[in-house]
Structures are given as C-alpha cells and as structure tokens.
Design a binder for this molecule. Structure first.
Ligand SMILES: N=c1c2ncn([C@@H]3O[C@H](COP(=O)(O)OP(=O)(O)OP(=O)(O)O)[C@@H](O)[C@H]3O)c2ncn1[C@@H]1O[C@H](COP(=O)(O)O)[C@@H](O)[C@H]1O
Length: 102
C-alpha cells in the first residue's frame, strides 16, 4: 500500500513499532488496523536516496488493503493497457469494515 505520513505519524511509528499514517482525506492520524485489526508490525524501515520516501517492511496481520487483498496493488496492467485483478481476495471487506469500506 501507499500512504502518507506527517511528523506525528512518523514519530509514533518509531515509538510504537506499528505503522501509523496520516490520512489526507480524513485529516487525521491513521493507526493502520484500528478498525480492521489488520495492524502492521514494523520489521525494517528504509529511506530512499533523497530521503523523501519511506519503505516499511512489515509483518502484516490480515490484509493490508481495505478491499480485502494482501496488497493494494492487486490489479495488473497487461501489454494492451487493460487492467485485471491478479490476486485472490483474502477477506470480505464488508465483514471487516461493515458498510464503511472506502
Ligand atoms: N483501511 C484502509 C486502507 N488500507 C489501505 N488503503 C490504501 O491507502 C490509501 C490511502 O488512504 P487514505 O485515502 O486514507 O489516504 P489519503 O491520505 O487521503 O490519500 P489518497 O486517498 O489521496 O491516496 C488508499 O488509497 C488505499 O489504497 C486504505 N485506505 C483506506 N482505508 C480505510 O481506513 C479505515 C481504517 O481501516 P484500518 O486501518 O484497516 O482499520 C477504514 O475506513 C478503511 O476503509
């Protein structure tokens, strides 16, 4: 998945050992898994060459994606440019999030 952090999210991630993001659409700190239970325990943190992108390697409980897939990158683009689902859905989002799945 790809998500944003602000300074508060970054500090809490380091302090807690679990992934914490900042949701721009919800304008609030986002402790991943707070609703779903699908928390992300940090295993390793890397930063890119110009230190503006962070890669979290995590132990993922359940599914990272709120659509029920292990990863948010569950669609594949083929050579013709069409898009198809390439992975299996692990969980039913309605069961995990109720009506609030987006
Ligand atoms: N759980 C997710 C979730 N998991 C992965 N993602 C991906 O993370 C991206 C960023 O999420 P947001 O929309 O909150 O973040 P944003 O800062 O507004 O960024 P953009 O939407 O502009 O990308 C989304 O585009 C999704 O691809 C999720 N986006 C939203 N949720 C919602 O987050 C809530 C809490 O979920 P849990 O943390 O799993 O309990 C629930 O209401 C979920 O529906």
């Amino acid at each position: 998945m790809m998500a944003w952090m602000n300074e508060e999210a970054w500090k809490e991630t380091l302090q807690s050992g679990y992934a914490v993001y900042y949701s721009r659409s919800r304008s609030q700190l986002w402790r991943k898994g707070e609703t779903s239970g699908h928390r992300q325990q940090i295993e390793e943190i890397r930063v890119d060459c110009d230190a503006d992108t962070i890669l979290l390697k995590v132990h993922q409980k359940g599914a990272a994606c709120h659509e029920g897939f292990e990863s948010c990158f569950f669609r594949k683009v083929n050579a013709e440019g069409t898009v198809a689902i390439a992975d299996e859905r692990l969980v039913d989002p309605a069961q995990v999030y109720g009506k609030k799945s987006s």
